[in-house]
Ligand binder design. Structure first.
Ligand code: SF4
Length: 736
């Protein structure tokens, strides 16, 4: 039961936002009693309009999966055994407490996996665990994903969370770089049903250009596909920006640093064709952007997970600035969301306040790059990590040099995981706290809410009641109390802790400059929903948010309104709001920050690689390192196949379907080859997230080569330390 007192009504049809990926589709859930029969897309949803993919359709299998962990587990004699919640919390208190006593807090670390951001309870709860471990170290899947975007935004806008998205409903020229939204339906851009929106764009005379080494599903339906060399988008974008400036384009928005940027770009202009495109092709792309009335440029993991991820992300927004597209209808705009977090003192805007112990990687927004985690565990000395908490993450498969990470996890003195599966990572854990089925918890997308193609307010109450266990928010509070107090917390202690969190959040709202400024905290506390639960924090943030009722101070919505609107509340198209998101003190966009200017010099000095380069790819039936075991997602051909251009294969005597060895500076894997004749000939493509575990109990779909094993841990974005999981130099040879 959600704390709003919303009890599932046991009717045959309910609704639940899918928590699996960034498309955030609303699903219609069909039930018989408490048995989930099926899920389909909710055609009436105001945001996702009925879109659904195979993963959303497979959610009932996830709910019923016998392999899903349903009780806390503690490792005894090398095996995980089910225990009570109090026993699990006591083991956590003793285990992490012991590490702290022996080595201090600096020996403790948290790793937050990607599913955390799709779960409001975990999102809120992990921060309480991080505080309890403070000043331990914090790592997340962000540094194998989008952290370069955050850093680029911080350097440009002074706000790492200000990430613009294309206004796909109004643009007439969409440029997609290193992304595959036909399959992903957006990433750092929530755009369910991308294919339909693209069709509408084309129907109104618009066009799409895709820049990608691979002839991806999105490239296949583009008006123009530019097959660049992997990891070289920074050269292309530098060339584009230089042309736009030469042709007289200047920022129309308040901005500084254009001269610094112009001078720096001039130093790499002669090397722009390292991207694999001719100067004439780059000219034509600049012409196309200048001719468009409302262009929008968007980049994703093909641009962020490279050695110049931050610079590339920065230059993408430079193009949007120079074409006059940033913060303009039809261009790239900053979405809003219903919930606003309690105001903080700009903690998100930090870079390089401290560095990692072993390699000196800088922190970005309080976190260190996970590419350095294994060596922080394995390298002896003060600050060596000895205790780790993983939350909904599988770093043993997801991080670069995965073999090294798996080895390092085995060397920890104590490890706790919160997860729904026993997997390559959690098998190392001394204690595992079980996550819930998505149908047993409520849902609000705190992170994705600010990335929508359109503004909207959506919330899902639980589809089914949760019995005999805490929800994930309370589970995390329980972990935080166990760490803080050195023992399990009693239920009333957890209630009091939750009250503390709510009171602190109210204090920040009334002390901030939002709609609740100066209000009576006690009055607000009383007005927030019923007795307990994370929904109190959500209700607070919604009512303090852009469309909230301000607790009676204006017309607006509450969480109750969202809960009783199962198809969401549309808040209209994106709107210009630059002044609200730029945190630079002068209010201007900074186009010439030192870090970027210096990184352009690093780009100038960068050599090129003539051999094969490995990139990843996305498959609609997979989701990073999990869900492989669901039967509905295992149907069809094997996923972990190496795509290779026929020209590169012929040069190596490799035939279609042959088994080959793929070798990098980090590892070697065996893979089956699928030949093709499109895209960059020296690019090979292998998905990540699979495992070659020899354990025969693992389903076949789950086994296969993992591209992350091939990524050297020091192959990183030079600014953010984010793993460069793309453009890995490899060689492919015939086996035998
Ligand atoms: S695209 Fe699929 S996995 Fe992603 S939210 Fe929609 S249904 Fe879920």
């Amino acid at each position: 039961m959600g704390s709003l007192g919303i009890v599932p009504d046991m009717s045959e049809r309910r609704f639940r936002i899918c928590p699996i990926c960034e498309a955030a589709c609303n699903l219609e859930v069909k039930l018989e009693g408490e048995h989930i029969i099926a899920t389909t897309g909710d055609a009436a949803d105001t945001f996702s309009g009925g879109h659904v993919c195979p993963k959303g359709l497979a959610l009932p299998e996830l709910h019923d999966d016998p392999a899903r962990i349903r009780a806390p587990l503690v490792k005894r004699g090398g095996a995980h055994v089910a225990v009570s919640w109090d026993e699990a919390y006591a083991a956590i208190a003793a285990g992490l407490g012991g590490v702290r006593e022996r080595h201090g807090n600096a020996a403790l670390a948290v790793y937050m996996g990607n599913p955390t951001v799709h779960n409001f309870g975990l999102t809120l709860g992990f921060s309480e665990v991080v505080k309890a471990l403070s000043p331990g170290q914090f790592y997340s899947a962000g540094s194998i994903d989008q952290l370069p975007k955050n850093l680029a935004s911080m350097l440009m806008f002074g706000n790492g969370n200000a990430v613009p998205v294309p206004d796909i409903e109004r643009t007439d020229c969409l440029v997609v770089i290193g992304a595959n939204p036909i399959v992903s339906n957006g990433s750092l851009w929530v755009v369910p049903g991308f294919r339909r929106k693209l069709a509408a764009l084309k129907a109104r005379g618009g066009q799409m250009v895709v820049v990608d080494p691979r002839r991806s599903e999105t490239a296949g339906v583009a008006d123009l596909h530019l097959a660049v060399r992997p990891g070289t988008d920074a050269w292309l974008l530098a060339g584009l920006c230089a042309r736009l400036i030469e042709r007289g384009r200047r920022p129309e928005l308040p901005a500084r640093g254009i001269e610094l940027l112009t001078d720096a770009l001039a130093t790499v202009r002669s090397a722009e064709t390292r991207c694999g495109l001719s100067a004439g092709t780059i000219d034509a792309l600049a012409d196309r952007l200048m001719a468009a009335r409302r262009p929008a440029v968007y980049g994703r993991v093909g641009t962020t997970l490279t050695r110049f991820g931050t610079l590339t992300s920065f230059l993408i927004e430079c193009v949007n600035v120079l074409t006059g597209s940033l913060d303009r209808a039809g261009g790239a705009l900053f979405p809003e969301q219903a919930y606003v977090a309690p105001p903080r003192r700009r903690v998100a805007q930090t870079f390089g306040r401290f560095t990692s112990r072993v390699r000196g990687y800088p922190e970005v927004m309080g976190e260190l790059p996970v590419a350095g985690l294994a060596e922080e565990i394995e390298t002896e000395g003060t600050g060596q990590i000895r205790g780790l908490v993983t939350i909904a993450g599988n770093p043993a498969v997801s991080t670069p040099d995965s073999d090294g990470m798996a080895r390092a996890l085995g060397q920890l003195e104590f490890m706790v995981s919160a997860d729904i599966y026993l997997n390559e990572t959690t098998r190392h854990a001394d204690v595992i706290l079980p996550g819930t089925s998505p149908f047993n918890d409520s849902h609000y997308d705190q992170f994705l809410g600010s990335m929508g193609y359109r503004n909207n307010a959506r919330y899902s109450p639980p589809v089914l009641p949760l019995r005999d266990r805490p929800d994930e928010w309370r589970m995390m509070l329980g972990m935080a109390v166990a760490i803080r107090e050195g023992r399990p917390g009693a239920p009333e202690e957890l209630d009091a802790f939750e009250d503390e969190v709510v009171v602190a959040a109210i204090a920040r709202h009334v002390g901030g400059d939002g709609v609740l400024r100066g209000r009576d905290p006690h009055e607000i506390f009383q007005a927030i929903g019923p007795a307990c639960g994370m929904e109190r924090l959500l209700d607070l943030g919604v009512r303090a948010g852009p469309w909230g009722d301000g607790f009676g101070s204006r017309e607006g919505i509450t969480l109750e309104d969202m809960a009783t609107s199962p198809h969401g509340i549309d808040q209209g198209p994106l709107r210009p709001r630059l002044a609200e998101v730029v945190f630079n003190e002068d209010g201007e966009i900074n186009l010439g920050p030192d870090a970027i200017i210096q990184d352009i010099e690093r780009l100038r000095q960068e050599g090129t690689s003539d051999g094969l380069l490995l990139i990843g790819r996305r498959n609609i039936q997979t989701n990073n390192s999990w869900l492989h075991n669901l039967p509905a997602l295992g149907a069809g051909p094997r996923r972990a196949i190496l795509e290779m251009h026929v020209a590169a294969a012929n040069a190596r005597g490799i035939a279609d379907g042959e088994e080959v060895c793929v070798a990098s500076g980090a590892a070697e894997v065996r893979a089956t080859v699928r030949l093709h004749a499109e895209g960059d000939p020296d690019t090979v493509v292998l998905p990540h997230g699979f495992s070659e575990l020899s354990d025969a109990s693992q389903p076949e779909q789950r086994r296969g080569p993992n591209s992350n094993r091939l990524a050297p841990a020091d192959h990183i974005d030079g600014l953010s330390g984010t793993a460069a999981l793309n453009a890995i130099p490899v060689e492919v040879t015939r086996l035998g």
